[in-house]
Design a protein around this ligand. Structure first.
Ligand code: SAH
Ligand code: SF4
Ligand code: F3S
Length: 516
C-alpha cells in the first residue's frame, strides 16, 4: 500500500514531529485528517462494506532479521482479548528475530498493550510510562511503544504526544499486523511514530502466535462490538463487529487439538453476535459450537456472552454437553430495568430472568457468573437493591463487580450524576459481601465429591501444591506429582473455601469423552 492509499484508508502517517516538552502546541491538525475520535453518531453508521478479509499475512523479507541480537518485552493490561493480541505480537517479534525477555531492564523494545475500560486502567499505564522514563534516558536506543485500546482514544494519543516524549510508537488495535513496519519506522525516525486506523478494522488471518503455555489456548471468533452500551468504550476502541470465517476457526481449533491443548477459550466482546455479519451464509454461534464440539479436544469455553443475542439454538447445542462446558458467563450489569434501559443493554430484568430460566431448563446443572456495574449515574438505592435481589434470584456463583467509571466520548459520560462516590463505594462493598457469600455457598456441596481438574501448574502460594480448574471453573489445590501438569485428573474435595477447593489427588482421567 503506498503512502497515499494509507492516508486515504485513515492511517496516520508515521513521523509526526515529536513535540518538545512543555511547549503548548495545537495537535488538532494531526487528527483532522488522520484520526477520528469516538463519535456515537458516526460509529453507528457502520456499514458492512468497510471490512476487508486478508488471509495472507506474512512478514516482508526486508524486515527479516530486524530483531537479531535484540530483546522484546510486552506488558499486557485488560481483558483476554488483549492477552491474545500480545500472543500475536510476540509471534511477530519472534518472526523478526527478536528474543523475549521478562524484565524491562534488558529489553530493547518495550510495549505496553493497554486497556481503556475504566479510568484506573488508564492511570496504571500513565504511571508505568513515568517509571520507564529513566530507563529511556539511560538507554536512548530503547524503543517504547503504546498499543491496545488506549491508543484508539484521541485524548490519550494527544496526552502522550504532549507529555510523554519517552514514547517512540503509538499504534492501535487494528494495526497489530503492521508491527514490523512500525518498528522499522521507529528505528529510522527520531520522531514519534503514530499509526492508528480510524476505520473499523479488517480481518487478518495467518498471523503468527506465541501462545502462553501449552495447556489452554485462546481463539478469537470475532472482533469488535456494535452494542454501544452507553457506558462502554469498547465499540470505539475495537471497531465494528466482524466474525472470522467458520473454516478458519475450526482449522485453528483442530490444530490446537492436534498439538495437545486441552482447553479452548473462544473470544469475542459479544460472542453471541457471531455470524450476524455474514451475508453469504446463515451460520451463528450455535452452529459453530455444534461443529467445534465434534473436535477431539476436552474442553471448550467462550466469553463474553451478551444476553441479547443468546438464541434458543445455542442453548440447545450447549445442552448436548460433552466438551461444551456447563459454565456460562452472562454479564447482567444491573438488576433494574430502568438502569438497563439507560445503559442501552436492550433487555429488561424480566427478559434476563426468562433467559436464565430457559438456560436452566435445558442445562439443569449450569453454573452462571456475571459482571455488574454499581453506581451508574443516578442509580437509586431501590435500583441497587434490585441488582442485589436479581443476584440472589439467579444464584450467580461469581461476579466481576465495578464502580461505574465515565469514559470520554460515551453517552453516559454526559449524564449528570447526583450519586456521591461514598455511596457508590458502600454499594460495591455490600454487593461484594453478597458475591462472597454466594460463592462460599456454591462451594460447600463440593465437599466429599470427585471433580475433574485440568492441572495448570504449581499453586501460586506453595510450589508443592498443584492447582487447576474444574469444568465449572472452580480453582482446586491438591498435592500430586508434577508429571500430571497439563492432564485432566480426578480430585476428591476435602475442603471448600470461599474462592477455591482443596482436595486429594485420585488419578489421571484416561480419556475424556467427546460427543460425536
Ligand atoms: N463485552 C462484555 C464486557 C466487556 S467489558 C459484555 O458486554 O458483557 C467487561 C466489563 O467491564 C463489563 O461487563 C462491565 O461490567 C465493565 N465495564 C465496562 N465499561 C465500564 C465502565 N465505563 N465503568 C465500569 N465498568 C465498566
Ligand atoms: Fe461494551 Fe460489552 Fe456493551 Fe460491547 S456489549 S458495548 S463490549 S459492555
Ligand atoms: Fe480493556 Fe480493550 Fe479489553 S478496553 S477490557 S483491553 S477490549
Amino acid at each position: 500500500m503506498n503512502e497515499e492509499q494509507r492516508l486515504q484508508a485513515g492511517l496516520i502517517k508515521p513521523g509526526i514531529e515529536k513535540p518538545a516538552n512543555k511547549v503548548e502546541k495545537d495537535y488538532s491538525k494531526y487528527f483532522e485528517t488522520v484520526y477520528t475520535p469516538p463519535s456515537l453518531k458516526e460509529a453507528k453508521k457502520r456499514g458492512k462494506e468497510e471490512i476487508a478479509y486478508h488471509d495472507d499475512f506474512r512478514i516482508e523479507e526486508r524486515f527479516l532479521g530486524m530483531g537479531n541480537g535484540r530483546k522484546f518485552y510486552i506488558r499486557t493490561y485488560g481483558c483476554q482479548m488483549n492477552e491474545h493480541d500480545t500472543e500475536v505480537m510476540a509471534g511477530i517479534f519472534i518472526g523478526l528475530g527478536y528474543e523475549p525477555t521478562d524484565t524491562v531492564d534488558d529489553a530493547d523494545v518495550i510495549l505496553l498493550n493497554t486497556c481503556a475500560i475504566r479510568e484506573n486502567a488508564e492511570n496504571k499505564v500513565f504511571g508505568e510510562l513515568g517509571h520507564l522514563k529513566p530507563l529511556k534516558l539511560e538507554k536512548p536506543d530503547l524503543l517504547i511503544g503504546v498499543c491496545g485500546c488506549m491508543s484508539q482514544e484521541e485524548s490519550v494519543v494527544n496526552k502522550i504526544l504532549k507529555t510523554y516524549d519517552q514514547v517512540d510508537m503509538i499504534f492501535g488495535t487494528h494495526n497489530i499486523h503492521r508491527l514490523p513496519n512500525i518498528l522499522h519506522e521507529a528505528y529510522l525516525s527520531k520522531e514519534m511514530v503514530v499509526e492508528v486506523w480510524s476505520k473499523e478494522g479488517d480481518i487478518i488471518e495467518n498471523l503468527p502466535k506465541v501462545r502462553h503455555g501449552n495447556i489452554k489456548a485462546w481463539v478469537n471468533i470475532m472482533y469488535g462490538c456494535d452494542k454501544f452500551c452507553t457506558y462502554c468504550i469498547v465499540p470505539y476502541t475495537r471497531g465494528k463487529e466482524r466474525s472470522r470465517r467458520p473454516h478458519d476457526i475450526i482449522q485453528e481449533v483442530r490444530q490446537l487439538a492436534a498439538q495437545g491443548y486441552k482447553e479452548i477459550m473462544l473470544l469475542g466482546q459479544n460472542v453471541n453476535a457471531y455470524g450476524k455479519d455474514f451475508e453469504d451464509i446463515d451460520y451463528r454461534l450455535g452452529d459453530l459450537m455444534d461443529d467445534l464440539r465434534k473436535i477431539n479436544i476436552p474442553r471448550i469455553r467462550f466469553t463474553t456472552s451478551h444476553p441479547r443475542d443468546f438464541d434458543d439454538h445455542l442453548i440447545e447445542v450447549l445442552a448436548k454437553g460433552g466438551n461444551l462446558l456447563d459454565h456460562i458467563h452472562l454479564p447482567v450489569q444491573s438488576g433494574s430495568s430502568d438502569i438497563l434501559k439507560i445503559m442501552a443493554r436492550k433487555y429488561t430484568r424480566e427478559s434476563y430472568l426468562e433467559l436464565v430460566r430457559k438456560i436452566k431448563a435445558a442445562i439443569p446443572n449450569v453454573t452462571l457468573t456475571t459482571d455488574i456495574i454499581v453506581g451508574f449515574p443516578n442509580e437509586t438505592e431501590e435500583q441497587f437493591e434490585e441488582t442485589m435481589s436479581l443476584y440472589k434470584e439467579v444464584g450467580f456463583e461469581m461476579a466481576y463487580t465495578y464502580i461505574y467509571s465515565p469514559r470520554e466520548g460515551t453517552p453516559a459520560a454526559k449524564m449528570v450524576d447526583n450519586i456521591p462516590m461514598e455511596v457508590k463505594k458502600e454499594r460495591l462493598q455490600r454487593l461484594n459481601a453478597l458475591v462472597n457469600e454466594m460463592s462460599a455457598e456454591a462451594m460447600k456441596p463440593y465437599k466429599g465429591k470427585i471433580v475433574k481438574v485440568l492441572v495448570e501448574g504449581e499453586s501460586k502460594r506453595n510450589p508443592e501444591v498443584l492447582s487447576g480448574y474444574t469444568e465449572k471453573n472452580k480453582l482446586v489445590n491438591f498435592k500430586a506429582p508434577r508429571s500430571v501438569i497439563g492432564e485432566i485428573v480426578e480430585v476428591k474435595i476435602t475442603e471448600a473455601k470461599t474462592w477455591s477447593l482443596d482436595g486429594e489427588y485420585i488419578g489421571v482421567v484416561e480419556e475424556d469423552k467427546v460427543m460425536s
